[in-house]
Structure formats: C-alpha cells, structure tokens
Design a protein around this ligand. Structure first.
Ligand SMILES: [Fe+2]
Ligand SMILES: [Fe+2]
Length: 138
C-alpha cells in the first residue's frame, strides 16, 4: 500500500503550517494502513472524515494568515483550497452512495496534491508571510 513519506521537502518555514502538514501526512498514512489491514469501511470513512476536517481547519488557518499579512495571491490560493475540498466531498458522497470502498488511487492523489501544493503555493506564501509584518497576529 502506498505510504506518504514525511521529510524536509514537505516542511515550510512557518511552524504552524508545517505541523498541520505533518499531521495531514499521518492521517493519509492512517487511511493507507486501514486499507492494507482490511479493516471495516466504517473505520476508513471515519479517517476520511478526519482528513476532511483537518483539511478545512488547516485551510481556514492559512486563510487567516494570508488575510492578516495582506498576501497578494490570496484569491488564487483560496481557489486551489476550495477545489480540493470540493473533490474530497464529492468523493465521500460517491463512496457513500455507490457502496464501493476507497480505491488505492486515493492515496496517490492525496500524496500528489499535498506534495505539489506544499512545495509551490504554500512555500511561496510562507516565504512572504515570514518576511512581512502581520497586520493582525496570525
Ligand atoms: Fe498548507
Ligand atoms: Fe495552502
């Protein structure tokens, strides 16, 4: 089963963002372990719900940081976040309605999305906010 590796590539220079990203990797791997162990679909759905919850709260935190630091690319970053949340919710609905289980490709998709997003948009944003004074504390 695919396992997402945490290393420095996935860290950012903002500690709060980095610790959220680390937790995200743990949750994705927990979903992978649950698939490999063949535990119940109920367990996997609960982990996937936690992934959605953590994703939303992480995106809310980054939104506050961007607004607090008057980050210029806030709209572009927000729309990337919104598109992931929409995909996760659509997938969850499909799992519930189709009666099917999580495909292994879900792990690859999550790994790819988070790795790419952290290394591009998040890194750019973290560089900006750590170099600029906050309008409000974020
Ligand atoms: Fe992030
Ligand atoms: Fe982000």
């Amino acid at each position: 089963m695919h396992r997402m590796i945490w290393d420095e590539r996935l860290s950012t220079r903002h500690a709060g963002m980095a610790s959220d990203h680390r937790k995200m990797v743990e949750l994705i791997n927990r979903l992978g372990e649950s698939m490999a162990e063949g535990s119940s679909k109920f367990t996997r759905c609960a982990i996937f719900d936690e992934i959605i919850r953590h994703t939303r709260s992480h995106f809310d935190m980054e939104d506050r940081l961007m607004v607090g630091h008057s980050y210029p690319a806030v709209e572009e970053h927000r729309s990337e976040h919104a598109s992931l949340v929409k995909k996760l919710l659509t997938h969850k609905q499909w799992i519930e309605e189709s009666g099917k289980d999580f495909p292994a490709t879900m792990l690859h998709f999550l790994d790819f999305w988070w790795t790419h997003h952290i290394q591009t948009m998040d890194e750019e944003m973290a560089e900006f906010i750590t170099a600029s004074p906050a309008d409000v504390q974020g």
